[in-house]
Design a protein around this ligand. Structure first.
Ligand code: ASP
Ligand code: MG
Length: 434
């Protein structure tokens, strides 16, 4: 009989690429698990690919698709992992390296097969290659933990997280995923699994969108009705601006789900935008804290609002500004605006800022070239379309004069929008520290 677990017997931890980027980081992570895992509980540890592996795999994939040689890149990726494994000085070293080599062979085979398959989409090709990063990282960790007497079960996330076949942006099939994930409640223990990856109902690999490991943690947390989710990061918690770009930042002790979700909407990269909802639905706190200064509290995201209203400055890079101008000398009307919205929806493009004038509608969107090309193609019959690239969007929520000055005094603002609570600026040129 399945024991009736209560909420405080399950937790989920998430470790991103930076927390496993070299052997020292891996050893630190193992120490965190050792200190926090409580026997008789379920702890699901969701892990990303090591360091910048996902970027490297994207590079390799695009080289393969474009017919360039990727052997050196693959060799580099293999050696990057071998160096980490060696640094762990594990008694299992050879086993771990053998396993890595197996993965690299599988990866090579998948790349070879992609070359000859013209019938599958580029997105599906992506999902056949990029998940190797997470598979490799979690196998290394699982073996290393075993060697360190940290008993763990390695879970293949593809068997638990089920998605639609919208490759690269798989949508969760909650019923199916729930059936799979709930089985974990049968047995207490430490489960180690991959973030970001899943599979379709017919068993093809899928991914949840870049930086999607946070979302994976939220999926497990929601289904297990966890006591809390902890995202371990290289920052002390959630700050009101990126400390690499702005001086005088402050950390939030608390944020409400709504406040945190709003920040991710505007592009705060500290957590993946889809992470909040599954947790808010079940009132599960999300803790964001440092994997270096583990004794510090971090930021707790829950029902409770921030104690102090702070201006929050968020930067979103790589924006494109697109203007749709009517072709004759009439004013732009709602029917024409409707055409633009319809095409945006068809191409799954999200508007970050928009503004209209007498004769045009201007939008700022993420600069995904494939999507923008499709958008322009479908609307060029109706509008004169202009595109400006290499822009950034800066959003300030709860603005006050100082937070505004440090944008408009320093940057070349090409579009501005201001409401009582929020200011947004599209700027051109490099973003620097000030
Ligand atoms: N490894 C994936 C990425 O870099 C997923 C993640 O880190 O959350 O996008
Ligand atoms: Mg990452």
């Amino acid at each position: 009989m399945r024991p009736e677990f209560i909420r405080n017997m399950h937790k989920v931890f998430k470790f991103g690429g930076a927390s496993v980027k070299d052997s020292e980081a891996v050893i630190n992570m193992a120490q965190i698990i050792r200190e926090h895992f409580v026997k008789d509980e379920v702890l699901v540890v969701v892990v990303s690919a090591m360091g910048k592996t996902t970027n490297a795999l994207e590079e390799i994939l695009y080289k393969c698709i474009d017919g360039f040689d990727y052997k050196n890149d693959l060799e580099y990726l293999k050696n990057f992992h071998i160096n980490i494994i060696r640094g762990l000085q594990s008694a299992n070293e050879q086993t771990i390296i053998d396993e890595l080599e197996d993965f690299i062979l599988q990866l090579e085979k998948s790349l070879e097969s992609i070359k000859s398959e013209s019938s599958i989409s580029e997105s599906e090709k992506y999902d056949r290659i990029v998940p190797f990063g997470e598979l490799i990282s979690t196998r290394i960790l699982s073996n290393f933990f075993g060697d360190q007497n940290i008993n763990n079960s390695w879970l293949d996330a593809r068997k638990f997280v089920k998605t639609t076949n919208d490759f690269r942006e798989g949508i969760i099939k909650w019923d199916k995923s729930e059936q799979n994930i709930l089985t974990l409640k049968d047995q207490a223990g430490l489960y180690l699994t991959q973030g970001f990856i899943g599979s379709t109902e017919d068993g093809r690999m899928s991914t949840l969108g870049r930086e999607g490991s946070d979302f994976t943690a939220a999926i497990f947390g929601n289904i297990l009705n966890a006591e809390s989710i902890t995202i371990w990061k290289d920052v002390p918690g959630i700050l009101n601006a990126d400390p690499k770009l702005f001086k005088d930042t402050s950390q939030f002790q608390n944020l409400s789900y709504a406040e945190a979700s709003e920040m991710t909407y505007y592009g705060a990269s500290v957590i993946h935008p889809k992470t909040i909802k599954p947790l808010a639905n079940k009132n599960i706190p999300l803790i964001v804290k440092s994997f270096i200064k583990t004794d510090q509290d971090g930021t707790v995201i829950s029902k409770e609002a921030a104690r102090k209203l702070l201006p929050v400055t968020i930067l979103k890079r790589n924006q494109a500004l697109i203007s749709f101008k009517v072709k004759d000398f009439t004013f732009i009307n709602e029917e024409q605006i409707g055409l633009v919205f319809h095409a945006l929806n068809e191409n799954l493009i999200k508007i970050n800022v928009m503004q209209n004038s007498a004769i045009s509608l201007t939008i700022a969107i993420d600069n995904r070239r494939d999507k923008i090309a499709a958008l322009i193609k479908s609307l060029e019959h109706a509008f004169d379309i202009e595109k400006i690239e290499n822009l950034s969007l800066i959003t300030i929520v709860n603005h006050e004069q100082k937070s505004i000055s440090r944008i408009i005094d320093y940057y070349n603002v090409i579009l501005e929008q201001r409401t009582l609570k929020t200011c947004q600026y599209i700027i051109s040129g490099a973003v620097f520290e000030n």
